[in-house]
Design a binder for this molecule. Structure first.
Ligand code: PLP
Length: 427
């Protein structure tokens, strides 16, 4: 980190006035911070759910990215989690930003991000948002259709356009190419249209789909991008940018970053060798934040259901139902679509403690607000706290206040050593 920061412009204020970032004392850890926070909330009789953002983990993720994908500059996908300390930290580390709207562009600009470090990576943009990008000097933006080209020529004729292509996303949970991306057979016509409108197209982008469970599709997508570069050359364009999108897991599952990097680096060497001078960027979202946030939620209610399915003489089985202060309409909304979580008790658990079949629910009146079914845990009591790791991707951004339950608070923590390295390394 010290080496990286020594190459960056002086950063005295990564988090001005610390931005609410808690600097951990020498012996302290994020886990101890959680213990302290829980004690504090207990003393106030508060059940308020909270998340802890571990900035050391976020930085580790970036260093890992640099070591595995040294040719690929990450433009963090703001939509995934726009917590200010995440954005400020990544800006200090030198990533770019992928913004999807005027709101996201305005947020990152207000934190001091330079317009040239932003890609407006949305192919179907409102005209007013394109005009805003133009006024702010944000020039790089994606398109996949003639109608979008006409809008850009009206609202931002000096834009530097990136042609997003549809790719094979059948290995991904979120198949983004069903909604965005030009088919390969249409790219020639689109480029001719751009030329007729006098627009500058500088490269190609794709998104392999979010939660990608195979690394190989990247190879074909990079080969497809190469064929569009070749078509563009024949039509007189000078392409200089390849954007390989997002799709990388933040917890090395189902595919590790190393596995992705082996396929990507191999394909880049073959289709876009270093000597080609093509700049390679990506739009990782989930990768950076998924494992950097932990949720703490309080057991606000409990019911014990006696399931009377017993045969004669048997004791009825107990089904425990617990209700937490956060759920799928809050920080855990990603559970509504995909994924599972493994809550664990904050208090120490003896291995001899009996475990009961339990259902863990969120706090709202809705029956789909369920966190885990058929879960074996020791008996919990009202007031206990459960912790859930890996909640950083698309939780906070989509959370609601349904039923009047407030969103969880976020506390950012960093070790003393990292804080000093980040804030003073280049002085
Ligand atoms: N770029 C674009 C255009 C996206 O739509 C998304 C996610 O929807 C991302 C990047 C981030 O994807 P991920 O979180 O899978 O890395």
């Amino acid at each position: 980190l010290a080496q990286l920061m020594s190459k960056r412009p002086t950063m005295n204020d990564v988090w001005p006035d610390k931005c609410g970032v808690y600097i951990l004392d020498k012996e302290s850890t994020a886990t101890r911070f959680i213990d302290k926070k829980i004690k504090e909330l207990d003393s106030m009789d508060s059940e308020e759910p909270f998340q802890v953002l571990n900035l050391d983990t976020l930085i580790q993720m970036h260093l890992k990215w640099l070591s595995y994908l040294p040719r690929v500059k990450p433009f963090y996908a703001v939509k995934c989690n726009s917590t200010e300390t995440v954005l400020r930290t990544l800006n200090a580390l030198g990533t770019g930003f992928d913004c999807a709207s005027k709101g996201e562009i305005s947020q990152v600009l207000s934190l001091g991000v330079k317009p040239e470090n932003i890609i407006y990576a949305h192919t179907t943009k409102p005209q007013s948002h394109i005009k805003y990008a133009c006024a702010q000097g944000v020039n790089l933006m994606t398109f996949d259709d003639e109608e979008e080209l006409r809008k850009v020529s009206r609202c931002h004729p000096k834009a530097k356009l990136v042609l997003r292509i549809a790719v094979d996303d059948s290995s991904s949970f979120y198949r983004l190419s069903s909604k965005f991306g030009a088919g390969l057979s249409t790219t020639g016509r689109l480029l001719e249209c751009a030329a007729e409108l006098g627009l500058e197209v500088v490269g190609v982008s794709f998104h392999i789909g979010s939660i990608c469970s195979q690394s190989l599709p990247f190879r074909q997508a990079i080969a497809d991008a190469r064929s569009v570069f070749d078509t563009a050359k024949l039509l007189g364009f000078q392409f200089s940018l390849l954007d390989i999108g997002g799709g990388f897991s933040g917890k090395d599952f189902p595919v590790t970053l190393q596995e992705f990097s082996e396929v990507i680096n191999g394909a880049l060497d073959e289709y876009f060798p270093f000597e080609s001078g093509v700049q390679i960027i990506a739009e990782p979202g989930r990768y950076y934040v998924e494992s950097t946030f932990t949720l703490a939620a309080n057991v606000i209610a409990k019911r014990v259901i006696m399931e009377d399915m017993r045969k004669e003489g048997e004791v009825p089985e107990r089904l425990m139902m617990y209700y937490l202060s956060d759920g799928v309409y809050g920080s855990l909304n990603f559970l509504l679509i995909n994924g599972q979580v493994s809550p664990y008790l904050h208090r120490a658990v003896e291995s001899s403690e009996k475990r009961y079949r339990s259902v863990i629910w969120g706090p709202t009146c809705d029956c789909i607000d369920k966190i885990v079914d058929n879960y074996l845990v020791p008996e919990l009591h009202v007031g206990d706290w459960l912790l859930i790791d890996n909640v950083g991707a698309y939780g906070i951004s989509i959370s609601t206040e349904f039923n009047g339950f407030e969103r969880s608070s976020i506390y950012s923590v960093v070790t003393n050593e990292t804080w000093h390295t980040l804030n003073h390394s280049s002085q």
